[in-house]
Design a protein. Structure first.
Length: 274
């Protein structure tokens, strides 16, 4: 087992990551700006108060711990100061970014071309600037994560509530279980300074998803007026190679099959037992 892991920014991903991380690390810590209110599911010894904007909290990060950075790496000045103050260059560091980092110009090509980790990124975005600083100067491993779904984050509900509408725009998704497996695989096996796209490898249009949801559960989405953006199709080849090093593979390759399971689970939870 590795010695210790500190999760910076403990939200949705951290809750699913912690049980698996505790099987691989002797000690796992999680941070929050308000740990006693937001991290009640952890023991007091695992909770750390941390706020990037408050340098007096930086010293609470355990020395030599591996680090998983789960919030946007901004502002860049504080990111650099924190990285220097806590010697991030000497640690195993994984940063969760977003596939929105890719600078994809409007194109008449449809479906849009596949994007891998060599594609250019939009360095006008503060978050991307911070991620690239950590990657190039501190050897951080950057995971560019697609849209996350799973328990409590159900695309069927996104359509039901009008959060998304049907369009021919492509969307890339990743189930939370595959995301946390990828985080651990990166901490154990990824190349320092490497980039990995985290996606199920099967981009679909919102029109496809909306049609399936309407056919199976009679939930209809309104059509979107957004006809300009074709979206992206993100390759996950490097991610799959990384998972292989961990001795595992993707658990949720088929979005529609997983949505069926999620809907069935929700129905079972809503039905009182006799």
């Amino acid at each position: 087992m590795h010695h210790s892991l500190t999760i910076l920014g403990s939200g949705y991903t951290a809750k699913f990551l912690l049980p698996l991380a505790q099987q691989r690390y002797t000690h796992v810590f999680a941070t929050s700006r308000d740990p006693d209110r937001r991290l009640t599911y952890l023991s007091l010894a695992q909770r750390i108060r941390f706020d990037l904007t408050q340098p007096e909290t930086w010293q609470a990060i355990p020395a030599s711990s591996d680090v998983l950075w789960c919030f946007p790496a901004t502002p860049i000045e504080l990111v650099q100061q924190f990285a220097d103050a806590t010697s991030l260059r000497t640690r195993r560091l994984v940063v969760l970014g977003s596939t929105s980092a890719y600078d994809v110009c409007a194109s008449a090509e449809y479906p849009p071309p596949w994007i891998d980790e060599t594609a250019p990124v939009d360095l006008t975005k503060p978050r991307v600037q911070g991620e690239e600083l950590l990657r190039t100067s501190y050897e951080a491993i950057v995971l560019r994560v697609a849209g996350i779904y799973g328990p409590g984050r159900n695309p069927v509900e996104w359509i039901r509530t009008g959060r998304v509408n049907c369009s021919h725009k492509y969307v890339n998704l990743i189930h939370i279980e595959d995301l946390v497996s990828s985080c651990l695989a990166a901490l154990m096996h990824a190349e320092p300074g490497g980039i990995y796209n985290i996606s199920d490898g099967h981009p679909r249009t919102w029109m496809e998803i909306g049609t399936m949801v309407e056919q199976r559960w009679n939930i209809r989405s309104t059509d979107s007026r957004d006809t300009d953006s074709p979206g992206k199709r993100v390759s996950n080849k490097r991610m799959c190679e990384l998972l292989t090093l961990q001795g595992i593979g993707l658990r949720h390759r088929d979005l529609f099959e997983t949505l069926e399971l999620m809907q069935r689970s929700s129905l079972n939870e809503a039905t009182p037992s006799r």
